[in-house]
Design a binder for this molecule. Structure first.
Ligand code: RTP
Length: 147
């Protein structure tokens, strides 16, 4: 376990449309920079439906999937590749729990997001890869689709 934490990894971080619209991009970048991770790539773009579907293909069977695709394609996102030792797990800790109401203070979701309504898809400001393999996959996928 200790050995795997010492790997230099890459993670895919995406500021979701609510985060971009609310002007949280600078704050989010600042948190990753201050932690000591290295920014490798960054792009603002409107996520095409096909990329959103590919990105969230594992969630296709979920009841919230159609709303999730609508949410992610509803406005520009900022996609980033961040590099560092143990960056995948560390980024998930910096981001906090999926539900902003459950996310601890001090985390990005805990500090910067609330739930907007009981019937709303969870608008939680940011995405971070959940494994080193998915980090590579998601960074590569975005690089291939956007120039
Ligand atoms: P992410 O992949 O975006 O970092 O999020 P996660 O691992 O924390 O959560 P996941 O279960 O993979 O869900 C992906 C995104 O779908 C939205 N969601 N809404 N019941 C709901 O309203 C609901 N459940 C999931 C969130 O935006 C979540 O981040």
């Amino acid at each position: 376990l200790v050995a795997s934490m010492e790997q230099v990894e890459e993670t895919y971080i995406m500021v979701k449309p609510d985060g971009v619209q609310r002007g949280l991009v600078g704050e989010i970048i600042s948190r990753f920079e201050k932690k000591g991770f290295k920014l490798k790539a960054l792009k603002l773009f409107q996520c095409p439906k096909e990329l959103a579907e590919e990105h969230y293909k594992d969630l296709k069977a979920k009841s919230f999937y159609p709303k999730l695709i609508d949410y992610i394609t509803s406005g520009p996102v900022v996609s980033m590749a961040w590099e560092g030792v143990g960056v995948v797990a560390s980024a998930r800790k910096l981001i906090g729990s999926t539900d902003p109401l459950q996310a601890e203070p001090g985390t990005i979701r805990g500090d910067l997001a609330v739930q907007t309504g009981s019937k709303q898809i969870c608008r939680n400001v940011i995405h971070g890869s959940d494994s080193p393999d998915n980090g590579k996959r998601e960074v590569g996928m975005t690089a291939n689709i956007i120039e």
